[in-house]
Write a protein of this length. Structure first.
Ligand SMILES: Cc1ncc(COP(=O)(O)O)c(C=O)c1O
Length: 395
């Protein structure tokens, strides 16, 4: 595999994004669902990894669809020159349906209000809209209830006969796929099959039927249907500790979050540290200042607990995470200013992982990577040059 060396560290902090890892993860996920297409879910700035570079890397590794939540995200992909199929699913009244039609998006429809707006936009555009009808098979969030499904399917079929829409997909989303063996998984699959069956009997000929997210792609093969929609696993993060570690699935974390220690100083015993003095030094010690805070997405909830590798050792955040900085107690160890503080990454260098941070902040690893803020520059490594064939690049 050809590796490009990481660029020199910018002064304060960086989120290094390893696109070779992302490509390898896409290939590993495709191997788990070999008969299904793969939709790379790149919403929310690719879970904090950077939407456009990650979308390109996923496509280079064989993803054939991209998925976003909002139409604005999908339109931004088009504006960046990305072709192929892009689906977006979180629509609000008044959203840019017409632009979606003109940009060739596949647009989720969860209810009659949305069908009304999309057909009006199709009339204006003079072109049919590609729509994917979303069933609520038990998640209880977006999607059409089974009781309302016949009316939505009938209205969509009528719009299709009028040439206003093409129904390209039937789909749904799991509630508990990250809890192996949860009874709702099989129950949702049953409801999904029934709702698909009803639509097909009503004349819908979907190009794709899909329900699997990352945890289902990894652990529920009967959920793969025609397409799997993978987000978190593609970024090399485990959907849940119960399911396993990334390595258990041959996945490698894509993001490494690092900062440069901004100040090291000696303080006496009994010294309060950071707002509220929730940490007080037990003995004379050295403190290291890490210039990342909750404005950068470091959870304030990880105050006193978040792990950081500094000077070859795991240290815990001492006291509160502030807006722009936090402190670690170096226990008398001398570390130079400018030394690297590794918050999380693949773990190869002994650093914590996003899963470790999720535990420390009492949250899920999805939130840890996704919330890393815009002030932290993303530094892409192992990009494939445009003229280079991706398969040979990763050999
Ligand atoms: C509708 C939909 N599909 C797929 C995904 C991807 O889920 P995951 O990141 O677990 O793969 C999401 C993310 O939450 C989603 O909202």
């Amino acid at each position: 595999m050809s590796q490009t060396p990481p660029p020199p560290a910018p002064p304060r902090a960086r989120a290094e994004i390893d696109l070779a890892a992302l490509r390898a993860n896409v290939r590993a996920l495709r191997a788990r669902a070999p008969r299904s297409a793969l939709m790379a879910v790149v919403k929310s700035d690719a879970y904090g990894h950077g939407m456009v570079p990650c979308a390109r890397a996923a496509l280079a590794a064989g993803a054939t669809w991209l998925g976003t939540a909002t139409p604005h995200e999908a339109l931004a992909l088009r504006a960046a020159g990305i072709g192929g199929r892009i689906m977006c699913w979180l629509w609000t009244p008044g959203d840019p349906w017409r632009e979606g039609i003109e940009a060739d998006l596949d647009m989720a429809v969860s209810g009659l209000w949305a069908l009304k707006e999309v057909t009006a936009a199709a009339r204006q555009a003079g072109a049919p809209a590609r729509v994917q009808l979303k069933a609520d098979t038990g998640l209880g969030r977006n999607g059409c209830q089974p009781a309302d499904w016949p009316a939505l399917v009938a209205a969509a079929r009528a719009a299709e006969d009028e040439g206003l829409v093409e129904i390209t997909g039937l789909w749904s989303h799991f509630a508990c796929a990250d809890e192996p063996g949860h009874p709702s998984i099989a129950a949702q699959l049953d409801v999904f099959r029934d709702m698909v069956d009803h639509a097909e009997k009503a004349g819908v000929e979907p190009e794709v039927r899909h329900i699997a997210n990352s945890p289902a792609t990894l652990s529920v093969p009967e959920s793969h249907f025609d397409l799997v929609r993978t987000g978190i696993a593609m970024y090399g993060v485990s959907p849940s500790p119960e399911l396993g570690t990334p390595a258990d699935f041959g996945l490698r974390p894509v993001m490494t979050l690092a900062a440069s220690v901004a100040l090291v100083k000696q303080v006496p015993a009994g010294h309060g540290v950071s707002y509220g003095h929730h940490y007080v030094t037990g003995a004379e010690t050295t403190l290291g200042l890490v210039p990342l805070g909750y404005a950068d997405g470091i959870p304030r909830h990880a105050s006193g607990r978040g792990p950081v590798l500094v000077g070859g050792q795991w240290r815990r955040i001492a006291g509160r995470v502030a807006m722009d900085q936090f402190v670690v107690d170096l226990g008398g160890q001398t570390v130079e200013e400018g030394a690297e503080a590794l918050l999380f990454g693949p773990g190869d260098r002994g650093e914590p992982t996003a899963e470790d941070w999720a535990r420390a902040a009492d949250t899920i690893a999805y939130e840890i990577v996704t919330r890393i803020g815009a002030r932290v520059p993303r530094v892409y490594v192992n990009e494939v040059p445009e003229e280079c064939d991706e398969r040979t690049a990763d050999e």
